[in-house]
Design a protein around this ligand. Sequence first.
Ligand SMILES: *[C@@H]1O[C@H](CO)[C@@H](O)[C@H](O)[C@H]1NC(C)=O
Ligand SMILES: *[C@@H]1O[C@H](CO)[C@@H](O)[C@H](O)[C@H]1NC(C)=O
Ligand SMILES: *[C@@H]1O[C@H](CO)[C@@H](O)[C@H](O)[C@H]1NC(C)=O
Ligand SMILES: *[C@@H]1O[C@H](CO)[C@@H](O)[C@H](O)[C@H]1NC(C)=O
Ligand SMILES: *[C@@H]1O[C@H](CO)[C@@H](O)[C@H](O)[C@H]1NC(C)=O
Ligand SMILES: *[C@@H]1O[C@H](CO)[C@@H](O)[C@H](O)[C@H]1NC(C)=O
Ligand SMILES: *[C@@H]1O[C@H](CO)[C@@H](O)[C@H](O)[C@H]1NC(C)=O
Length: 835
Amino acid sequence: MFTFLLIVSLTTVRAELVCRLWRRSELPMFSKDGDITIGGIFAFHDNPIDVNHPFKSFLNFRELQNAQTMIFAIEEINNRTDILPGVTLGFKIYDSCRDVRLAIKSAMALVSGPDGRLINDDSCIKPLTVPAIIGQSSSSPLIGIATSLGPFNLPVISHGASCACLSNKKLFPTFFRTIPSDYYQSRVLVQLVKHFGWTWVGAIRSDNDYGNYGMSTFEEIAQQEGVCIEYSEAIYKSYPRERYLKVVDIIKKSTSKVIIAFVSFNDLEILLREMFLQNVTGFQWIGTDSWISAKNPSILEYYKIMSGAIGTTVSNAFIPGLKNFLLNVRPSDTPANTGMTEYWEFLFSCSTTKQNQTTRLPPCTGSENLSGLDNQYTDLSNIGKANNVYKATYAVAYSLHNLLACNTKDLNKTCSKNFKIEPLQLLQYLKTVNFTTDPAARVKTYDLINWQLSKDGMVEFVTFGAYYAFLSEGQQFVINYDSIVWTGADNKVPKSVCSDSCHPGTRKAAQKGRPICCYDCIPCAEGEISNTTDSPNCLMCYEEYKSNKQKDQCILKDIEFLSFEEKMGILMVTLSVLGASLTMSVALIFYMNRDTPIVKANNSELSFLLLFSLTLCFLCSLTFIGEPSYWSCMLRHTIFGITFVLCISCVLGKTIVVLMAFRATLPGNDIMKWFGPIQQRLSVCTFTLVQVLICLLWLLISPPFPNRNLKHFTEIIIIECALGSQTAFSAVLGYIGFLALLCFILAFLARKLPDNFNEAKYITFSMLIFCAVWVTFIPAYISSPGKYTVAVEIFAILASSFGLLFCIFIPKCYIIILKPEQNTKKHIMGKIPSK
Ligand SMILES: *[C@@H]1O[C@H](CO)[C@@H](O)[C@H](O)[C@H]1NC(C)=O
Ligand SMILES: *[C@@H]1O[C@H](CO)[C@@H](O)[C@H](O)[C@H]1NC(C)=O
Ligand SMILES: *[C@@H]1O[C@H](CO)[C@@H](O)[C@H](O)[C@H]1NC(C)=O
Ligand SMILES: *[C@@H]1O[C@H](CO)[C@@H](O)[C@H](O)[C@H]1NC(C)=O
Ligand SMILES: *[C@@H]1O[C@H](CO)[C@@H](O)[C@H](O)[C@H]1NC(C)=O
Ligand SMILES: *[C@@H]1O[C@H](CO)[C@@H](O)[C@H](O)[C@H]1NC(C)=O
Ligand SMILES: *[C@@H]1O[C@H](CO)[C@@H](O)[C@H](O)[C@H]1NC(C)=O
């Protein structure tokens, strides 16, 4: 639009062969003649578009301060003999009204000079009246100025246009600034937000270059840093009230407690007014330099809404002599220098023009004094922007100094008097100018400001820290935490997160379709832990570890084996010892009655061997209890196998003896000599030897070993004896089973033989019990895990041993002890004929 305007104006005036401004330019607000005149553009009035908002202050006192600082700097330079000696600087300062069109118009007025001519009719080249322009605090009008002045190569040095978009040297080759780019400010704001732990914030921006660019940088960096933005709304002073009400509504409904406002104060003021009307309080405001240190007549009202607001400002500075200068400024009625008049009339409610009494105001007395006032012009507590103007003016002066080859070392101290300065030349010098005005403030990029109420009830901007952009990351903030006043009655750092952080023991789980700062905390699964807050995932514990109840630590799993201490272990030991002692008592009884017929008749040698092996059977169950070790694992199955085979083969021997004995009673049969004591011993030994061989092979090839079983239970480590060889174990059991079955069959055949004390039916019964116990043992063995397997095995051993003991020996003991009258040879043998 601007270039279009320019082209139109250029083509229309082409008709008169002189390039002239399309409208006659107005007079500057302030001006002074000099050898070289520096241009200035400041927004003395705020945008006239804004008149429909009744609560507008039209005069911008901050910009008056900036303009006066430029005048002060020029006067100071003129007074100094070391810069531009012999050259006086003048100035021409125009008003841009913070409006793009008016800013371009002012720039054109500066370029064209008093006659309004841009280009001479003959040469079409006209030396510019100003070599450089200082000023224009807001970004959008500055873009207009820089774009339209681009063809003239005229340097524009801004003290306030911080939009990062202006850093583009291709688009704005003649643009300079003494304020850091918003790239830094957006960074600082993100880091400030992160520093105080806010990850869920709302964002308000001005719908202009300043707000849009600043906020887009903020959002970009915020995303990198893990800060989420709940809403991002634009406001602008010319927006209708409904849009402001909508924004207030969004703020009221939001869950974040922190609002980042990348706004111009004019826009924010309208929003604040609406929020004030609706009493929307309790938000922590974070501000940018355009408003955070703006003193305003209604600031006490705004303070209710944004108490404790914090933000960044351009680093403050101290300029000696400036305060005195600013307070002694008086209005002048010379033409082209009337900038102060309107302020004066506004401030003191008097009229400076004496001759015309049409205004209602009384004439000024002349004793009005600025030093009694408190406004943004007289307030020198935050003069960062004014300092930027000061630096900009000095930058131009130093560049001119270099350009004009002023030699201060010379006694004559003169500069070249050739003041026809080509803008391109000055541009080169500006690019390399190097000077210091305030060494203390040189490295500081931003001051951190906090809104507080002073003792006398005034709002003051307290500097609580600073940001040094050029220090290494992590050290850039210097913050005095104690001096910060936060919003809210309890004066604590407000909390603004979408989801509370996840405790150890839980992990973050993103919520679908929501920002990453919003998540659920999901407890870790069994066997998994997280030991940090906000852990993104749970860690598996190592195999031998499990998670504790809180799921924040891995602890060793419980170890399980059948121990001597526990109830079941004690019961088993008791039963086994009881069985063994019972067996030995029976043996004792048999030994004491070894001469009685009943003991004699029952093959006393095999009986004692059987009792001995039964004792071993009872005792071998003890090897199954206690923590499995290398030795106990090897012993338990082999001893069990061998003693049981010994036991069964004794029973088998007895059965065979019974069978043989019956045959022997038949006439003409002398079979008994085939199975005498020697054969009996031999057969028992042979049967047992086979098992011993099996066991030896087992131990040699693949012995059982203690094993930590981690798989069966997730919570428990089972220490068990691994079999080593399943086949060998089956062979051992199978062999016992085979002998037991054989024994059972033979005993079954012999059960009806006519002998009152024939053992066959007892043996049949005992084998039945034996087989039943071991058949039920198999499924129980397979299904009961851990120590119960062992318990079941012990139980089977004890049960079958008790079965043998009771079935085979108790009936005889009964007779021996309680019915000794039956313990006679006659009684024993006498039954035979009766059958
Ligand atoms: C410049 O010098 C004049 C005359 O000595 C003095 O009145 C004025 O205050 C000086 N200005 C500055 C800014 O130093
Ligand atoms: C504004 O809100 C605050 C707290 O939310 C309350 O204490 C105060 O009374 C309200 N003021 C008005 C005028 O509604
Ligand atoms: C006073 O102001 C009125 C209107 O602003 C103007 O017409 C008149 O000429 C002025 N008088 C003098 C004496 O300047
Ligand atoms: C303004 O008042 C201050 C003291 O209040 C005084 O020092 C100063 O000289 C006065 N300035 C003018 C221009 O009257
Ligand atoms: C100093 O100025 C005088 C006259 O103004 C001149 O004669 C002399 O050459 C100058 N000196 C230098 C070193 O330029
Ligand atoms: C500016 O000047 C100072 C000393 O005068 C020097 O230390 C510094 O390196 C210079 N910087 C540049 C960029 O030339
Ligand atoms: C968390 O657990 C990991 C792995 O178990 C360990 O390396 C780390 O030191 C633990 N951290 C804390 C704070 O306990």
